[in-house]
Design a protein around this ligand. Structure first.
Ligand SMILES: Nc1ncnc2c1ncn2[C@@H]1O[C@H](COP(=O)(O)OP(=O)(O)O)[C@@H](O)[C@H]1O
Ligand SMILES: [Mg+2]
Length: 329
């Protein structure tokens, strides 16, 4: 499998500020690739270079076989862009906006009407297609921008913080469109986000970016596994007795007792929990409570940068909503 995007030492400086510092990575065809990092990490600058909006200070990238510097026109035909700053015209309707974009990108006239209908359906804006955008909510505008980015059937779609500032319901909608696009094998998606849960939920691979540098790149599960074990927390009246029994299981890495709670570190908590419970039950040890903790993307970020992504003053996506969806899948 050959990569659809290859970046080679991409660098962008603004005066003495190095916004993106010698970044190299590949993105495979069909991937949803995430750039996760705090505000000011260089995500938008990196995306802007790939989209040929900004010229790199040094280094280059190849997208769909075309060099972003030498072949920028062909790169632009290969990509769709959904960027932070709304660039849709408020005095027009959705359909008019899409029509203008179709002309701009040279979508064949015979296909324009059906494609416009197709993308409007995807983002569920058919009913509002002929209303002016100044009557739209922020979420609806974002959906229109996604529709517009897809109109010319790009090979690669770039989304810069696609859900920033949206309410939870609109965010859910955007996630669901991204998942639908993910199913199309011929489409590759690159998105930036500072929401850890969003990266974790949507991306096949995540590059963690901080101060213009990629500090880690892997599948979300691998990133989390690399920073630490999963932990089973058991609250009981006889912690030492339980500890002695559990230390005999080879898969268990460590068993600690802290204030009446037994903490059991294991590679996969789901696999070991039934066995742990059975041992306690057979020994007649009564359990008051049991819960699991797993490293999340925040722990990953912390591991590589020494600080929390949340410190930067960003809100987090409601964890309850996340857990609800996980369990319904
Ligand atoms: N046009 C610009 N001129 C000067 N500095 C810029 C410009 N764009 C971005 N920067 C700086 O580059 C760094 C990275 O910014 P940006 O790419 O917007 O980060 P992110 O999208 O991750 O929040 C920041 O320090 C920002 O202030
Ligand atoms: Mg940005």
């Amino acid at each position: 499998m050959s990569p659809i995007i290859q970046t080679e030492s991409l660098t962008k400086t603004f005066g003495s500020n190095t916004a993106v510092n010698a970044v190299s990575f590949d993105v495979q065809k069909g991937e949803v690739f995430g750039l996760l990092g705090p505000n000011g990490a260089g995500k938008t600058t990196l995306l802007s270079m790939l989209c040929t909006i900004l010229k790199p200070t040094s280094g280059t990238a190849v997208i769909n076989g075309y060099d972003i510097i030498r072949d920028s026109a062909r790169v632009r035909q290969s990509i769709g862009i959904v960027f932070q700053d709304p660039s849709v015209d408020s005095d027009m309707t959705s359909r008019e906006n899409l029509q203008m974009h179709a002309d701009l990108y040279g979508v064949p006239v015979s296909q324009q009407a059906s494609r416009i209908q197709e993308v409007l359906t995807l983002v569920q804006l058919e009913d509002r297609a002929d209303q002016f955008l100044n009557t739209y909510s922020g979420g609806m505008r974002r959906r229109l921008e996604i529709a517009r980015g897809l109109l010319h059937y790009p090979r690669v779609l770039f989304l810069d913080e696609p859900t920033i500032g949206l309410d939870p319901q609109s965010r859910e909608h955007i996630w669901s469109y991204i998942r639908q696009l993910q199913e199309r094998e011929d489409m590759t998606l690159i998105l930036t986000t500072h929401y850890m849960e969003e990266a974790d939920e949507l991306c096949n691979r995540i590059a963690i970016i901080d101060h213009g540098t990629i500090v880690a790149l892997d599948e979300p599960s691998a990133l989390k596994q690399a920073v630490g074990s999963e932990v089973i927390h058991l609250e009981t009246d006889e912690p030492e007795k339980l500890q002695d029994l559990l230390m005999k299981i080879p898969e268990i890495e460590t068993v600690r007792v802290t204030g009446g709670e037994v903490r059991v570190s294991v590679p996969h908590a789901d696999d070991e929990l039934p066995r742990v419970m059975e041992i306690a039950f057979k020994a007649g040890i009564r359990m008051k409570s049991v819960h699991l903790t797993r490293p999340d993307m925040n722990d990953v970020f912390m591991h590589y940068t020494g600080r929390e992504i949340r410190e930067e003053g960003h809100e987090s996506i409601g964890r309850m909503a996340m857990m609800k969806r996980r369990s319904s899948r």
